[in-house]
Design a protein around this ligand. Structure first.
Ligand code: GUN
Length: 292
């Protein structure tokens, strides 16, 4: 029998998250705290420009004081670090996001380390990575946080499940593994050197694909009833956006699957707004006002 997966609608769920965030912004503003976000875009990578524009618009709609700081591709490391330092010291700025990847020649790790951890709404600073591993309060990377939020709001519990993550990036794979572990999942991380990828994926109750290779995960690898999170955003040969999973094929086996676009992408933006509001509240000593 052919099963047809239900769609995990990230777009609709992200809108619900953004409404919650907007309400929290209103609460904070009434208490004299205005969450502020600064997005730093270096160079003119077209994909990054689209992402940054979407983040800026969503933040504005939530009532966050947002500005995008555009720097030329030939910006020096020292000038970029000086900009980050200026934002660290600006009390109107609660959250700082430096869009990645940076142009060649700039040291991303050093830039990320320069961001004040309490303003690091991307959750990439070593202090926030450590907090995630230790289970102490910090800021969690937006895309993996969006994956978990989407599962939570779809009523999918990870406890005891086998989560197979394909991709080991700092931005998605590694932090998602920690979040899934914290939800009591059994976690496997696969990557470019993994042997017998299909067999690992075939054992998953939940598959999270975050490698950036169009349709790498084939439909017949997916165990009947598995849940599929497709984090990939790739351009297909026809110019359309496609994920890391063969959506058509996987839909026949999965019980639930995220589409591309309209799946994890919108959730990433929603979690950025959520992190910004949390950061603002904590910096003002008013986190209690926005606790769920
Ligand atoms: N580039 C692609 N995704 C992201 C993200 O979540 N944060 C940043 N800073 N850059 C990205």
């Amino acid at each position: 029998m052919t099963q047809t997966a239900s769609i995990l609608d990230g777009k609709a769920t992200a809108l619900a998250v953004r409404e919650t965030v907007a309400a929290k912004v209103a609460t904070l503003v009434a208490a004299g705290v205005h969450p502020g976000l600064r997005v730093v875009l270096v160079g003119d990578d077209p994909a990054s420009e689209v992402y940054v524009r979407n983040k800026d618009r969503a933040a504005t709609q939530a009532g966050i004081d947002v500005a995008t700081i555009k720097l030329p591709a030939n910006t020096s490391q020292a000038d970029l670090l000086a900009e980050v330092e200026r934002l660290n010291e600006d009390p109107a700025v609660s959250g700082i996001l430096v869009q990645l990847p940076l142009p060649k020649g700039l040291d991303e790790a050093q830039v990320v380390c320069a961001i004040a951890p309490e303003k690091d709404v991307d959750g990439l600073h070593p202090a926030n990575v450590a907090a995630l591993v230790l289970g102490t309060p910090g800021l969690v990377s937006c895309t993996p946080a969006g994956c978990i939020e989407l599962l939570d709001r779809s009523g999918i519990d990870l406890a005891g499940k086998h989560v197979v993550i394909v991709g080991r990036s700092q931005l998605v794979g590694k932090p998602l593994a920690q979040l899934a572990l914290a939800r009591n999942a059994t976690v496997t991380i696969c990557h470019s050197r993994t042997q017998n990828l299909a067999e690992h994926v075939g054992r998953a109750d939940v598959i999270a694909a975050a490698v950036g290779v169009a349709k790498l995960i084939q439909g017949d690898w997916v165990k009947p009833g598995a849940v599929v999170l497709d984090v990939g955003i790739n351009r297909g040969e026809d110019g359309k956006l496609v994920g890391d999973v063969d959506f058509e094929g996987a839909s026949k086996n999965a019980s639930a699957i995220t589409p591309v676009p309209g799946g994890i992408g919108p959730m990433t933006i929603a979690m950025l707004l959520s992190n910004t509001v949390l950061a603002a509240a904590r910096q003002a000593g008013k986190a209690h006002l926005i606790e769920d």
